[in-house]
Design a binder for this molecule. Structure first.
Ligand SMILES: NC(=O)c1ccc[n+]([C@@H]2O[C@H](COP(=O)([O-])OP(=O)(O)OC[C@H]3O[C@@H](n4cnc5c(N)ncnc54)[C@H](OP(=O)(O)O)[C@@H]3O)[C@@H](O)[C@H]2O)c1
Length: 279
């Protein structure tokens, strides 16, 4: 059964003064900086259907953000929505095929991401890009169509969504845009050229976008985990043989929380997290 959409629970006045800190309430939640409303705004997690994305969404729900998870898999989206609601916030899902520009445009329209925040919606304060696809193939054997789709999802769609959400994030600043990179955003690995290229591209995107919006109060960060015991990480040789040495999705969520709750005076533009033990 498709997930039941939850209507946002009401408008908030737009943020006024730009605070330099984001104090957490005793409950662990962040109040809205301008109004004190216990709901600090709205967060969209693209790829929120993955275990990593869902865990990030639940972490943000714990801070009080209303959550929207984007993805394709109806069952996994529903599980993410349920987990966020269990944290006591409104949550809903949005289906999207990221390799199709029309589908991305339709998802953005359905989400009502606009300036000012449309009536009945909270200001958009966090966007996390957690979508991604993986491909193992030597460069001389790679399927160009698979590479093209991979680059479309991992990088081109990220850029497409970035331009669409930045006006709303800037209007609601202080706010944050967090991309999930990878160790492959910084190092190269054999048999992994398309993924490495896409994540290096995402690193450049994050750095350049930060320069464009830093003075408007939008944090832009690349969170780059090593192998995680989820998704593609579990299909890697280390994931199959020594899964206990990998990072947990909660470790990635903690890094995203670090960025989101970091005092607005600064921006952790790059957070790298490696497993403590060699995987
Ligand atoms: N696992 C690791 O070890 C690891 C390490 C470093 C970084 N990362 C990054 O973490 C993120 C999640 O990766 P994962 O390994 O956990 O993979 P995963 O479970 O396969 O999750 C991939 C996510 O991307 C979404 N997605 C993929 N193609 C899509 C498309 N065409 N349209 C819409 N959504 C699409 C999936 O949605 P559906 O499930 O709904 O299809 C899912 O939410 C990725 O950005 C990955 O690069 C992972």
């Amino acid at each position: 059964m498709p997930p039941r959409p939850v209507e946002p629970t009401g408008p908030l006045p737009s943020a006024g003064d730009d605070p330099t800190t984001a104090p957490e309430l005793a409950s662990g939640r962040l109040p809205d900086a301008a109004t004190g409303d216990p709901r600090p705004g709205r967060a969209v997690v693209v790829g929120g259907s993955s275990a990593i994305g869902r865990t990030v969404a639940v972490e943000l729900a714990g801070l009080g953000y209303e959550i929207e998870v984007w993805g394709r898999d109806v069952g996994r989206l529903a599980a993410a929505v349920t987990a966020c609601r269990a944290a006591g916030v409104a949550a809903r899902s949005c289906s999207v095929q990221l390799e199709q520009p029309d589908s991305v445009r339709a998802a953005l329209a359905r989400s009502g991401i606009g300036v000012p925040a449309p009536p009945g919606t909270l200001p958009l304060r966090v966007v996390v890009w957690a979508a991604g696809v993986f491909d193992w193939a030597p460069a001389d054997e790679g399927d160009p169509d698979i590479w093209s789709r991979l680059l479309e999802v991992n990088l081109v769609a990220a850029a497409r969504v970035t331009t669409a959400v930045l006006p709303a994030l800037a209007a609601a600043a202080p706010s944050a845009l967090v991309y999930l990179g990878s160790t492959a955003a910084h190092l190269s690995f054999p048999n992994n050229a398309a993924y490495v290229a896409s994540k290096h591209g995402l690193a450049g995107l994050a750095e350049a976008v930060f320069l464009d919006v830093r003075d408007r109060g939008v944090k832009v960060s690349l969170v780059s985990p090593g192998l995680v015991a989820a998704g593609a990480g579990l299909r890697s040789p280390a994931g199959r043989q020594r899964p206990e040495t990998l990072l947990d999705p909660a470790d990635v969520a903690a890094a995203v929380r670090f960025v989101v709750t970091y005092p607005a005076r600064g921006c952790p533009t790059l957070v790298r997290v490696e497993p403590q033990r060699s995987p």
